[in-house]
Design a protein around this ligand. Sequence first.
Ligand code: AMP
Length: 402
Amino acid sequence: MALSLPYADPRQLAGKTILMRVDFNLPMQDGQVRDDTRMRVALPGIKELLAERVRLVLLSHLGRPKGQKHADLSLAPVAEHLAGLLGQKVHFAPDVLADGLADAVSGLGGGEVMLAENLRFWPQEEANDDGFARHLAGLADAYINDAFSAAHRAHASIDGLARLLPAYGGPTLRAEITALQTALDTPQRPVVAVVGGAKISSKLAVLDFLTDKVDCLILGGGMANTFLAAGGVDMQASLMEPDLFETARDILTKADARGCHILLPEDGLAATSFGANVPHRAVANAALAENEMVLDIGPASIKAAAAQIQKAATLLWNGPLGAFEYPPFDTATVALARIAAEQTGKGALVSIAGGGDTVAALNHAGVADQLSYMSLAGGAFLEWLEGRELPGIAVLAEPGRG
Ligand code: AMP
């Protein structure tokens, strides 16, 4: 799917009032922002608009308040945090349906910014309510979506607003789409994917899509156990999903027919209990003892996977290869992430990673900023890897937007 999204040069928007959907769904702790990575990523785009004396109204959600006001899911502390990063006042709109909101927005000076309260406090947001979207659209001259990570939701601030105002893709959303298209639509070959994580069940559609797109699929993590056991290897006490053995076999058959080479681990780091630094050994999967479970892929498997990554021109990575939170079961994830970073640094590899625990795992490996692109989106990244159309992107790509 080659997309061309309407883009607004900030200079075109000079002096206008803009609604921008951002993703400030940040990890919070005791009423404070615990991790502001997503905000920092959005900062250059915000600053560019403010430099053009735009009156900027930022819209976001935080958590899942399900249409109710929850003090602990208020964006008020997030507004303060943003003020600290921007070095300027951030106005806060606690009630997006308040009569006075239009006056407050028109009272903003050029180059001033406002953050609206958590939109999911109002059930109309998730219901994509037309009246709600019209009320918000009435505040501004144009709309920018810079929240790729929320683009898989057809909510009022994602879909409705894009239909009512001149609508553009923001810089981080566009960067994300460019990265994903580079990896999946027009990749340099060979394309290798690494898919790990606990279970197959949450990634069936991803596996199906990837076997159609990539030349080699390296499987690790708990999900590899299910594939191995489905092929007759006794994985003993390892995490598995026996009800998906049949499905796992189907995926392997399909991959074969599609010319996708699946690389399953041949050995593992095994232990009899789950935890950091518990007694463990490297062992061929077929030689596991009755009470042992595989918690990481083993040295021979790392070597085989490394050889594939070294040959690859494009790499997609989703999910850790082992229980990386508990050393030494982070060994494979760290080793292969470093090879990916090295190859990327040499200019030999385009590497794109994202989804769920992947960011945490690659941060742990210390290479997150050495890959070509690290997606901070969870669900939206996975839906893209399933080949699904994201409503927030589709609406921007419709002819006549912008
Ligand atoms: P996911 O959210 O599906 O990407 O799964 C990530 C989780 O899978 C992490 O918390 C890992 O600890 C866990 N995990 C990865 N490999 C294994 C394994 N071999 N056995 C048990 N858990 C694992």
